[in-house]
Design a protein around this ligand. Structure first.
Ligand code: NAD
Ligand code: WQD
Length: 336
C-alpha cells in the first residue's frame, strides 16, 4: 500500500517507517527536518533494506503539501509532524497552534484533494489532563492543561468533525502514553537537541556521563515510592500499533480514539534503577521540587487497543532500557 508519513524522519515516525517498509509498503516521508537529522532516511533504508521516498516540506505549506500528496496518491496517511515540547508550547502558544492545528488542517485539505480517506493521527495521553481515574479509558473527559495538549485535542475534534461530514473517512486518533527506547539496531532513536524534556533521554545522558545528575521532580506524590508513575511504551511497540491502526482504517469507517500504552506503570525511581541495571552505569540524582503541571500517575487502559487493533505491547522495561542505552552509546561514540 502507498502510505504517506508526515514527520516520518522524527523519533516515532522513523521507527514506524521501518516497520512499514519491512511489511512491503511503499512509503513517502513528508518532513521539514525541523527536528530530524538529515541522515535518518539513509538509516531507515539500512535497517529495512528498502528506501522510502522523501519530500522535504513544511506541513503548513498548502501548495507544496497538496502537490506532494497529489503526485504520490497515498491510500493512507500517518500524521506525526508537529511540535511537542510542553514548556515551549506554554511560552510560544501561537507557534504551536500554527504548526500543529493549521498544519493538520492543511494536511486534511490536501488529503481531501488527493481523495485519500484513511488517517492515523499522533495524539497524546496529555489530552486527558489530570485524570479522575487510572488506568484511563478513552471515554475519560478531555481536559488538557497546556497549549500543546489543547492543540492535540483540537486536532482530534477537527478529525471527528471531518469524519461526521464525510462518512467514507476512516481515522484513528492514537493517544500515546510515554514512548521510550530505540530500534534494537541502534541506527535510529531519539536525539533531543539541548536539555531533554523527558525522563528517559535525561537518564540516558546522565548514565553516559554527559550530564552530572538527574533531578527527580518530587518524591511526595501519592504513589508507592512517592515519585511519579507513568506508562512507558517501547517505541517499536508503538510503531507496530500504527500498522495495526492502519489495518483498522481499511475495515472501519468513522473516527475512533485508541490509547497506546501497556497499562503497567513504573515510578521515576524504578526507571532509574532499571536503567542502571541495563547500562551498568550509575545514575546519581537529587530530589527536587515537583514540576508544575505534573500528575502523580498516568496509565493507559489498553483494552480498546487489544480489542480493536488486536495489538498489545510486547517489549518489557529491560528492553526499553537496553535499547535506549545502546542508542545512547552510539550517539556518544558518534559525537566523541
Ligand atoms: P519528533 O520531533 O521526533 O518528530 C516530529 C517530526 O515532525 C520531526 O521529524 C520534525 O522534523 C517534523 N516536523 C516538525 N514540524 C514540521 C512541519 N511544520 N512540517 C513538516 N514536518 C515537521 O517527535 P516524536 O516524538 O516523533 O513525535 C511524533 C508525534 O507524536 C508528534 O505529533 C508528537 O506530538 C506526538 N507524540 C509524541 C510523544 C512523545 O513523547 N514523543 C507523546 C505523545 C504524542
Ligand atoms: C515522566 C516522569 C516527571 C524529567 C510528557 C508530556 C506528554 C507526552 C510525554 C507528548 C514524571 C519525571 C522527568 C526529569 C523527572 N509528550 N521527571 N526528572 O510528563 O509524563 O509526559 O511527555 O505528547 O505530553 O507532558 O513525561 O518523561 O517528562 O516525565 O523526575 O528530568 O519523570 O516528573 O513523573 P510526562 P516525562
Amino acid at each position: 500500500m502507498r502510505v504517506a508519513v508526515t514527520g516520518g524522519a522524527g523519533y516515532i515516525g522513523s521507527h514506524t517507517v521501518v516497520e512499514l517498509l519491512e511489511e512491503g509498503h511503499e512509503v513517502l516521508i513528508l518532513d521539514s527536518f525541523a527536528n530530524a537529522a538529515p541522515d535518518v532516511p539513509d538509516r531507515i533504508t539500512a535497517i529495512a533494506g528498502h528506501a522510502p521516498r522523501i519530500v522535504r516540506v513544511d506541513i503548513t505549506d498548502a501548495p507544496a503539501l497538496t502537490a506532494a500528496l497529489q503526485e504520490f496518491a497515498p491510500e493512507a496517511v500517518l500524521h506525526f509532524a508537529g511540535l511537542k515540547a510542553v514548556g515551549e508550547a506554554v511560552s510560544n502558544p501561537l507557534e504551536y497552534y500554527r504548526v500543529n492545528v493549521t498544519g493538520s488542517l492543511v494536511l486534511l485539505q490536501a488529503m481531501q484533494a488527493a481523495k485519500c480517506r484513511r488517517l492515523v493521527f499522533s495524539s497524546s495521553a496529555t489530552v486527558y489532563g489530570d485524570p479522575d481515574q487510572v488506568p484511563i479509558p478513552e471515554d475519560h473527559p478531555l481536559r488538557p492543561t497546556n497549549p500543546y495538549g489543547h492543540s492535540k485535542r483540537m486536532i482530534e475534534q477537527v478529525i471527528e468533525d471531518w469524519g461526521v461530514a464525510n462518512p467514507e473517512i476512516a481515522a484513528v486518533n492514537l493517544r500515546y502514553f510515554n514512548p521510550v527506547g530505540a530500534h534494537a539496531s541502534a541506527q535510529i532513536g531519539e536525539a533531543p537537541s539541548g536539555t531533554p524534556n523527558n525522563l528517559m533521554p535525561y537518564v540516558a545522558q546522565v548514565a553516559a556521563g554527559q550530564r552530572p545528575r538527574l533531578s527527580i521532580f518530587g518524591d511526595d506524590y501519592d504513589t508507592p515510592d512517592g515519585t511519579g508513575v507513568r506508562d512507558y511504551i517501547h517505541v517499536v511497540d508503538l510503531a507496530q500499533a500504527h500498522l495495526a491502526a492502519l489495518g483498522l482504517t481499511a475495515t472501519a469507517p468513522g473516527v475512533q480514539a485508541i490509547n497506546v500504552g501497556t497499562g503497567r506503570g513504573y515510578s521515576v525511581l524504578e526507571m532509574v534503577r532499571a536503567f542502571e541495571g541495563a547500562s551498568g552505569k550509575p545514575v546519581p540524582f537529587d530530589i527536587v521540587a515537583r514540576r508544575p503541571g505534573d500528575v502523580a500517575t498516568s496509565l493507559a487502559n489498553p483494552r480498546r487497543a487489544a480489542d480493536r487493533l488486536n495489538w498489545t505491547a510486547s517489549r518489557d522495561l529491560d528492553a526499553m532500557c537496553e535499547d535506549a542505552w545502546r542508542w545512547q552509546s552510539y550517539l556518544l561514540r558518534k559525537n566523541s
